[in-house]
Design a protein around this ligand. Structure first.
Ligand SMILES: Nc1nc2c(c(=O)[nH]1)N=C([C@H](O)[C@H](O)COP(=O)(O)OP(=O)(O)OP(=O)(O)O)CN2
Ligand SMILES: [Zn+2]
Length: 139
């Protein structure tokens, strides 16, 4: 008999600063596209990230995965890397990538995917502000 499939979520918050700026565009183009978010001194956000896993419930443990273990992975892959950091300057992945919420969600996916069993990671949902939210499912 097949095991029931359940979605589990762990939520964390981190604070970081960034600037929306593409090295492939001129200063005028950057200003035109990113507006206030292109300000040379950057700006900050209190991000919230939700990591969603999808998998079978182990009949012995009753878990898809121990959330305490997921918490540790999120600490290493997200908080230790980005909390209280300048994302553009402190995270090498963003050297040549614009630090949009889309790209940050993809970055988090790539980091976590390496730590988790294949196929377990289902969604990264990143709240950049209360109103601006992106979702990435590895496609
Ligand atoms: N597709 C994207 N668009 C924007 C992103 C992004 O990551 N992806 N990021 C920003 C800014 O970094 C930031 O989020 C500012 O957005 P804005 O909505 O203007 O800021 P507020 O939420 O503070 O604005 P309210 O006045 O409260 O609506 C911009 N675009
Ligand atoms: Zn921003």
């Amino acid at each position: 008999m097949s095991l029931p499939i359940v979605y589990i979520t762990r939520k964390e918050s981190f604070s970081a600063c960034h600037r929306l700026h593409s090295k492939t565009l001129s200063d005028a183009e950057n200003q035109e596209i990113f507006g206030k978010c292109n300000h040379i001194n950057g700006h900050g956000h209190n991000y919230t990230v939700e990591v969603v896993l999808k998998g079978p419930v182990d009949p012995v443990t009753g878990m898809v995965m121990n959330l305490v273990v997921l918490k540790q992975h999120m600490k290493e892959c997200i908080m230790d890397v980005m909390d209280h950091k300048n994302i553009d300057l402190d995270v090498p992945y963003f050297k040549d990538k614009v630090s949009t919420a889309e790209n940050i969600a993809i970055f988090i996916w790539k980091q976590l995917e390496e730590k988790l069993s294949k196929g377990l990671l289902y969604e990264i949902k990143l709240h950049e502000t209360d109103k601006n939210i992106v979702s990435y499912k590895g496609e």
